[in-house]
Design a protein around this ligand. Structure first.
Ligand SMILES: *[C@@H]1O[C@H](CO)[C@@H](O)[C@H](O)[C@H]1NC(C)=O
Ligand SMILES: *[C@@H]1O[C@H](CO)[C@@H](O)[C@H](O)[C@H]1NC(C)=O
Length: 215
């Protein structure tokens, strides 16, 4: 009996370990941005130097810089902009899409994303890695959509008004890779892009001009 109870206690401890190992050993770890990023985040500023103001951020009060040709504005509160989220596994982006605007196919390698629609209507979708299945949904004001970590996904405005959404991530630094930029905004030679994507060289040339790529 005692043996079984001990086993139970050990099992419970092992099950709780993943949830308790990073939490509660310290209250917070506001990033020391001079310390450089590491796989486990930034080093912490000395708690005595941290003030109430460090825990608030005003950068999402208005739309971010407009990005052409997507016609979307992004304002992010990742650890780089909002050091207080360091180590908390959380961050956010404000997304404003003009009518017709799009957040093109992209991935956040390090985090899942919850998208909450504040204004307007969006089409939101992702593509699974295992079967390349497409999951796409029209989401309206008040709706949530979830994008699983690492999967290619997109949003575009399907309404006639500016759509506004708040994206929340399960990482303080979820990362962002945009497929159009990866293919057409760098110096990867046109012949190589054609080789690795099967997109015609003429179309690659057109897209490199659109996205300011070279080669
Ligand atoms: C972005 O806006 C410009 C005009 O401001 C328009 O010509 C263009 O078609 C729009 N692009 C998209 C993707 O909606
Ligand atoms: C957008 O405006 C057009 C033209 O006025 C209208 O036909 C269409 O139904 C509108 N779409 C939405 C989603 O409101």
């Amino acid at each position: 009996m005692a043996k079984i109870e001990l086993l139970g206690a050990v099992l419970l401890t092992v099950m709780l370990l993943p949830f308790s190992s990073t939490a509660l050993t310290q209250d917070f770890c506001v990033a020391d941005m001079n310390g450089g990023d590491t796989p486990t985040g930034y080093i912490c500023r000395a708690p005595a130097t941290v003030t109430s103001g460090d825990f608030s951020y005003h950068g999402l009060a208005r739309p971010g810089t407009l990005i052409r040709p997507f016609n979307v504005s992004l304002a992010s509160a990742f650890v780089g902009q909002f050091p207080a989220v360091n180590g908390l596994g959380i961050s956010a982006t404000r997304v404003d899409l003009l009518p017709g605007g799009v957040v093109p196919l992209h991935t956040h390698p390090a985090g899942s994303e919850l998208l909450f629609v504040l204004e307007g209507s969006l089409s939101a979708g992702f593509i699974s890695a295992e079967s390349n299945s497409v999951y796409i949904q029209t989401v309206n004001k008040g709706d949530l959509f979830v994008f699983p970590q690492g999967l290619l996904h997109f949003q575009y405005n399907v309404g006639n008004t500016t759509a506004v959404a708040l994206a929340a991530y399960s990482s303080s630094n979820p990362g962002l890779q945009i497929v159009d930029y990866a293919l057409f905004r760098n110096r990867l030679p046109t012949a190589v892009v054609n080789k690795v994507t099967f997109i015609s060289e003429a179309e690659v040339t057109r897209l490199k001009a659109l996205f300011a790529g070279s080669g």
